[in-house]
Design a protein around this ligand. Structure first.
Ligand code: CTP
Ligand code: CA
Length: 223
C-alpha cells in the first residue's frame, strides 16, 4: 500500500470525493433519502488512495476506508455543499459521486411529528442546491471536476447535457434501470463522457475494479 501510494499515478494530487445519498430531515427522527449505498464513492476513495492521492471523502454513510483517507460525515445536501465549498479550493480533482437529494423539506419539524388526528400528511419540498454545478462554476485553471449521471433512458444525451450545464470536465454515466448495475449493486458499468473526446465504455465489473479504471481515465486526462 505504502509503495503504491508513493509511486501511484496520482501521487501529490489532492482529491475530494462525495459519496452516498443525502438525508433530508422531516423531523428529528425521520428523513427522506434514496437507494444509493455509497459503495461507488468509497471504491473511488480507495482507488484514489492506492494511486497515491491525498483523499478527502465527504459521505453520508460510514464504511471501511484506508487509514490515509480523511472522512467528513454529513447528512443533508446543504451540509454536503458547505463541506465541499470548504474543501474545494485546496483540491486538484473533485468527484461528485453522491446521490444528492434533488429536494429537501422546506420546514423540518422541530419535534417528532405525531400521527394522532392526521389521516394525510403533506410535506412541502424545495429544490436543493446543485453541488457539482457549484464546484464546476467556481473551478480555477488546474482543477478537474467529475460528475456522475444516473439515468434510466437516453444515457448519452442526458450525460452530455450535464457535462455542459454543470461545467464538468468529465461525466461518468450509468444506467440505473438495470438491476445488475447502479444504485445498490456490487457491480457497475459506466460510459465516460468528456468534451470533444470519444466516449469510453468500461464493462460491467466489480465496483472496486471499476473505480481503478475510472481513476486511470482521470489520471490520463489531467496529465
Ligand atoms: N448533483 C449535485 N447536486 C445536486 C444534484 C446532483 O452535486 N443537487 C450531482 C451528482 O452528485 C452527480 C450529478 O450531479 O454527480 C448528476 O446527478 P443526477 O441526479 O444524475 O442529475 P441532476 O442534475 O440532479 O438531474 P436529474 O436528477 O433531474 O436527472
Ligand atoms: Ca438528481
Amino acid at each position: 500500500m505504502r509503495l503504491l501510494a508513493e509511486h501511484g499515478s496520482l501521487h501529490g494530487k489532492n482529491i475530494l470525493i462525495t459519496a452516498g445519498g443525502t438525508r433530508e430531515a422531516i423531523d428529528p427522527v425521520r428523513y427522506i433519502s434514496n437507494r444509493s449505498s455509497g459503495k461507488m464513492g468509497y471504491a473511488l476513495a480507495q482507488a484514489a488512495a492506492e494511486a497515491g492521492a491525498k483523499v478527502t471523502l465527504i459521505a453520508t454513510q460510514i464504511r471501511h476506508l484506508p487509514y490515509s483517507v480523511s472522512l467528513i460525515k454529513v447528512e443533508s445536501a446543504q451540509e454536503m455543499l458547505q463541506a465541499v465549498q470548504d474543501q474545494f479550493p485546496q483540491q486538484d480533482i473533485f468527484i461528485s459521486a453522491a446521490a444528492v437529494s434533488d429536494y429537501r423539506i422546506v420546514h423540518p419539524a422541530k419535534e417528532k411529528i405525531k400521527k394522532t388526528g392526521k389521516n394525510d400528511l403533506t410535506l412541502v419540498l424545495q429544490q436543493n442546491p446543485d453541488i457539482l454545478a457549484d464546484a464546476g462554476s467556481h473551478k480555477t485553471g488546474h482543477q478537474f471536476v467529475v460528475g456522475f449521471a444516473a439515468e434510466t433512458q437516453n444515457l448519452a444525451v442526458y450525460a452530455q447535457e450535464k457535462l455542459v450545464k454543470k461545467h464538468a470536465d468529465m461525466i461518468i454515466a450509468n444506467d440505473v434501470s438495470s438491476t445488475a448495475s447502479g444504485f445498490n449493486s456490487d457491480q457497475n458499468q459506466v460510459t465516460i463522457f468528456q468534451n470533444k473526446k470519444t466516449a469510453i465504455t468500461l464493462p460491467l465489473q466489480d465496483k472496486q475494479k471499476l473505480a481503478r479504471g475510472i481513476m486511470t481515465e482521470i489520471s490520463n486526462s489531467i496529465q
